[in-house]
Design a protein around this ligand. Structure first.
Ligand code: ADE
Length: 238
């Protein structure tokens, strides 16, 4: 794949900070309509142009614009404005101890990306709700970088109700997070290859409250993410 532009989408400022620092990315403004919260940073990866879109602060609530609506919008803006050859969604996620996950592991999304909280029990709509957007294989990438490969499942909640767990299990999920399927939907519409990298902050099948484990491990997981993200960009742009 000939790559001249890579666009990376990240939801939270704290997730993105180590990546911005290590790559020496510079903020650019204004890129999008000034009423939108998304922030844009630019740099180079070898000869390729590298652009990072971060969700930014929600203007009404003053917190990072996480979850699927901002992710959909960021993906649309990234593709329309920068026409990337490769889209990368990097972020943090919950993992499953029973499926071998450990805090700080970085997963590469494999096979397809699904939703676990769009339950539409109407014939034909069920599969639409789950999504199952295919992602490229990126042959050799996971083993070269020491990434785990797994199915990513997306929902709009950090915590989990019993129906979510049922759907995560049905989805074959290794990774539970809040943006990838929304971005995968846009990438699929535009036929832009999507690489999803997710660093584990919490184990959802343990007794520890997710939010406590998430906050305790956010910095550590964001550092692990930055390392693998930079290596993946170098691998893809080479
Ligand atoms: N991001 C980090 N941990 C998560 C979890 N357990 N669920 C959804 N998104 C997450």
């Amino acid at each position: 794949m000939e790559i001249s532009t890579i666009a990376v989408i990240m939801a939270m400022a704290e997730e993105a900070e180590p990546f911005i620092r290590e790559m020496g990315l510079e903020p650019v403004e204004p890129v999008f309509d000034s009423r939108l919260p998304m922030e844009v940073f630019e740099g180079k990866a070898g000869t390729a142009d590298l652009v990072l879109i971060v969700g930014g602060k929600d203007p009404r609530h003053g917190v990072d614009s996480v979850a699927t609506q901002p992710a959909t919008l960021a993906a649309y803006l990234a593709i329309e404005r920068f026409n990337p050859d490769l889209l990368i969604n990097a972020g943090t996620a919950g993992g499953f101890r029973a499926r071998g996950a450990e805090i700080g592991d970085v997963y590469m999304g494999a096979d397809c990306i699904r939703f676990h909280d769009r339950r539409i029990p109407i014939p034909g709509m069920e599969a639409y709700g789950v999504g199952s957007y295919p992602v490229p294989e990126f042959r050799g990438l996971a083993s070269a970088l020491g990434l785990k490969r797994g199915i990513i499942s997306t929902g709009n909640s950090l915590d989990m109700v019993p129906e979510d767990l049922e759907r995560l299990t049905a989805n074959g999920a290794d990774v539970k997070e809040m943006e990838a399927a929304a971005i995968a939907w846009v990438a699929d519409l535009y036929q832009v290859p999507l690489l999803a990298l997710k660093s584990i902050t919490d184990l959802v099948d343990t007794e520890t409250p997710t939010q406590d484990e998430f906050l305790a491990n956010l910095a550590l997981a964001s550092e692990a993410l930055q390392e693998k993200l930079i290596a993946a960009i170098a691998y893809c742009a080479a």
